[in-house]
Write a protein that binds this ligand. Sequence first.
Ligand SMILES: *Cc1c(COP(=O)(O)O)cnc(C)c1O
Length: 464
Amino acid sequence: MLDDMFDYLSSITERPLWQHLPAEARETCFRQALPHAPQALESVHREFMQQILPYTLGNIHPGFMGWVQGGGTPVGMLAEMLAAGINANLGGRDHAPIEVERQITHWMRELFAFPPNASGLFVTGTSMANLIAVIIAKTRALGPETRRAGLGETGIKLRAYTSTDAHNCISKAMAVVGLGSDAMRRIGVDADHRMNLQELADAVAADRAAGYTPFLVVGTAGSVNVGAIDDLDALADFAQSQGLWLHVDGAFGALARLSPEIAPQLAGIERVDSIAFDFHKWGQVPYDAGFVLVRDGELHRRAFAENADYLQNHEHGMAAGAPWPCDFGPDLSRSFRALKTWFTLKAYGADAMGEVISTSCRLAKKLAERIKAEPELELLAPVALNIVCFRYLAPALDAEATNALNTRLVIDLQEAGRVAPSSTRIRGQVAIRAALVNHRTTEADIDALIEATLHHGRLRTQPA
Ligand SMILES: *Cc1c(COP(=O)(O)O)cnc(C)c1O
């Protein structure tokens, strides 16, 4: 199995990035009855090699640019094997795996210049990390007693604020918490897709006047559509002056703090109350490895800690070492996500992670230059980080037909299997979106994207 995976990783460019799982295989292999009797391991493994391995999404392929997804590494893969071997449960108690997670928290405090009492927690991803931040901010605004009493009795109508370009998991978090997604006000963005600060101030003032209680601002460091970074310093000033919790969704962008070239764009992130980010995107740690870092660890603990008798902490023995990770989030049983992150940071070094991020951004700038030089292509958004949005133009087509063409072109590119962007909408215009995240992506892949877009664009608009 190990040999197969090393072969697979070293020959990744020799296969199509993505291919459709045949309908027949879907039916015969993945709709079977529960296997009561044992099968030979070799035959199960063969099935994996034939029916699963060739039909992945291709996010480890250097031509994958579709969504902000990580490329993984051999070191991460091996660390996952070790973690599964010891099968540690990181909910709590006194054992070295918990210290590995605390070590990562310590490193992240150092990276983001957070104080020694800041807390950190591994979670599935930034969706969950954002949810945890919303819960902490809500508990701070209403007091810990609302954990028992619930929201209904207080009569307080909370309001949160984020930009129209923010990820939809933030509204989802508001819905899950029971505040309702309507309680998340969407603030417009400027030409660079950064939150409009005057509009934010006006919305907060209007809400206060109307009897609402503003409690949370969510800034974005690396927006999912175009890679924009809000003015975090200005947001920190505003949140401080208004007594609001400032959370940053830095799903992929926050780790750009490791890139000396990009870090200045994140100025102010060291002042915020909490940061959500993923090691599984630009950090290249295998899925899943999200993280939340909270400036005031005690507020974090008070939003989640329970005192069940069967979970009583002790000063000695296996049940020592409080507080435990389960005191900082909803999960009790937790996997050893910290180990693959620890291996990745130690075996490659944090600077290498920063270098991957710098390289992605340099490639994005190069891609933008190439797009500007091609009369058939149009750049649709400024390139702040690693995401490039553009489209193919044919003079004869109106706005609607141009949108339809570009939607179709993205599918053509994905099915051709060399490069895979995705599509999105920028101010109503359908864009071909290339998110450069993978450490394996090189200039050759950028060239291939340009060539394939021109090729398929001409095929669709200039039939022979
Ligand atoms: C990917 C992403 C998320 C969601 O993170 P998951 O790890 O997929 O849960 C949230 N916000 C932004 C900006 C993202 O790019």
